[in-house]
Design a protein around this ligand. Structure first.
Ligand SMILES: NC(=O)c1ccc[n+]([C@@H]2O[C@H](COP(=O)([O-])OP(=O)(O)OC[C@H]3O[C@@H](n4cnc5c(N)ncnc54)[C@H](OP(=O)(O)O)[C@@H]3O)[C@@H](O)[C@H]2O)c1
Length: 167
């Protein structure tokens, strides 16, 4: 696509693929500073792309920091007009220089862009959160179908594992 030179998916889940809390916009695990710092590092200088509920759940000050810009796929009037797109192809009209796209959620967007993605950064949070409802689970294997696991780091004492899958 014009204006895009790399697509990366960035997500965190439990080992079973739980990625969200059904009763609030909080993550289904205590704040994990190592994952937050990894998120900041891999998304620096990139264009964040997200769905409407991810936008609502994200603290707004972080969206324009670290030389990032952001776009939200949504029909809602609550999203600033400049940052709103109706589908991912509309980015062609918004980006004039080659950029890395960071797809930061939610489920529909990750699944739709998985084949297109060059890299998937998947943090596994070792939290025993269990929820019988499929709505909060993403079938993580579908994200890695055409990828190879290139790096896996398990920082001691950080309660998480970060896997980098590359096409
Ligand atoms: N674990 C993680 O790494 C992580 C990351 C991000 C978010 N989260 C959590 O996940 C939750 C949000 O994710 P979610 O899956 O529920 O919702 P979401 O994808 O963020 O938002 C869904 C809404 O976004 C729009 N949308 C999304 N994808 C679209 C597409 N491909 N085409 C057209 N419209 C699209 C639609 O909005 P309209 O109805 O306005 O058109 C849709 O109703 C939050 O609770 C957040 O805390 C977790």
């Amino acid at each position: 696509m014009f204006g895009i030179h790399k697509v990366q998916l960035v997500l965190a889940t439990t080992p079973y693929g739980h990625y969200k809390n059904l009763s609030s916009t909080e993550m289904p695990w205590p704040v994990n500073l190592h994952d937050l710092s990894h998120f900041a590092s891999v998304t620096t200088n990139s264009v964040l792309v997200m769905g409407f509920r991810t936008y609502l759940a994200t603290p707004k000050p972080i969206l324009n920091t670290l030389n990032r810009q952001y776009f939200v796929i949504s029909n809602s009037d609550l999203v600033p007009r400049f940052n709103q797109i109706k589908n991912i192809n509309q980015l062609n009209e918004k980006l004039f220089f080659p950029k890395t796209l960071s797809i930061i959620g939610g489920k529909k967007l990750w699944l739709e862009t998985a084949d297109l993605a060059d890299v998937v950064y998947h943090t596994i949070i070792n939290n025993p959160y269990v929820d019988e409802c499929n709505e909060s689970v993403i079938p993580i294997d579908k994200l890695f179908k055409n990828k190879k696991l290139m790096f896996s780091t398990k920082p001691y004492g950080k309660n998480c594992e970060i896997n980098t899958w590359v096409r």
